[in-house]
Design a protein around this ligand. Structure first.
Ligand code: NAD
Length: 263
């Protein structure tokens, strides 16, 4: 059987609706494209209206609902999930992917940079999980057994720390706690929650660490000896969103070429 045909059958998101945050570029854009390719609908959330417009012009309008929002706003999470339910009747999945970096060594980091990063990664993951969870729990209580799947994008930084990014490492470690708690509280509703820890993916976020100054050192710590493209890593997100992962919950999956097992 052709490899892609096999994947479409094993990992199907047919008729599923998934909220993807940070969908305008990078990994979120890749997730959005693959969910649609696998038969699903996407509620594409980003604060950048331009990138969302571009995405909208390239993907089928019937399957994509662009939503301009700041993920760190809890009211936006409630509003967008409600609009998505109205538009698609139900929402089945969520990928908390939006992210920023504000690097500085610990002794020089400003309170604003600390708070901004915590807000966009950690608080937002909680706000959007809560908004979707309330919808899914109401559905479960009404007798629907289909449940849902939440994928939180963490990072190796959340498992190893990151020099010059205490805000990011702390937020990404916190996301692991949100994931495990979601899995434990909502397993009874067949709502699964997992984290993915990426290593170094070729997106604008990693331009500096892929540059001349850090390249050789980092590549020497990745057993597979290379970065990944967004297209390569988003397959793992769709696997966790799909029924192919129906017995997988509370896990932290490294999609990183083995980066986290090296020093
Ligand atoms: P990116 O910078 O290319 O894209 C991030 C997207 O999030 C952008 O479209 C941006 O507009 C959006 N965004 C940022 N703040 C937002 C806000 N407040 N509200 C709404 N949207 C917002 O980043 P990426 O490399 O695609 O990273 C995606 C996720 O993967 C992030 O959570 C990041 O921490 C994580 N990650 C990335 C790597 C990597 O190597 N690229 C490694 C580990 C983890």
């Amino acid at each position: 059987m052709h490899k892609e045909a096999f994947m479409v059958e094993l990992v199907s998101l047919k008729d599923r609706t998934v909220v993807v945050t940070g969908a305008g570029q990078g990994i979120g854009e890749g997730i959005t494209r693959l969910v649609i390719e696998l038969g699903g609908n996407v509620v594409a959330v980003d604060r950048n209206e331009e990138t969302l417009k571009k995405l909208g012009s390239e993907l089928p309008a019937g399957r994509l609902m662009p939503a301009v929002a700041d993920v760190s706003d809890p009211e936006a999470a409630q509003r967008v999930v409600a609009q998505a339910v109205e538009r698609f009747e139900r929402v089945d999945g969520l990928c908390n992917n939006a992210g920023i970096t504000r690097p500085a060594m610990m002794d020089k980091m400003t309170v604003k940079d600390w708070r901004d990063v915590l807000d966009v990664h950690l608080s937002a993951s909680f706000f959007w999980s809560q908004a979707l969870g309330q919808h899914l729990i109401a559905r479960a209580k009404a007798g629907d057994t289909k449940g849902g799947s939440i994928v939180n994008i963490s990072s190796d930084a959340g498992r190893k720390g990151a020099i010059g990014q205490v805000n990011y490492a702390a937020a990404k470690a916190g996301i692991l706690g949100v994931t495990m708690t979601t899995a434990r509280e909502w397993g009874k509703y067949n709502i699964r929650a997992n984290s993915i820890c990426f290593g170094v993916v070729e997106t604008p976020m990693t331009e500096v660490i892929r540059g001349d100054k850090f390249r050789d050192k980092i590549l020497s710590q990745i057993p597979l000896g290379r970065w990944s493209t967004p297209d390569e890593v988003v397959k793992a997100v769709c696997f966790l969103l799909s029924d192919a992962a129906s017995y997988v919950t509370g896990q932290h999956l490294g999609v990183n070429g083995g980066y986290h097992i090296s020093l």
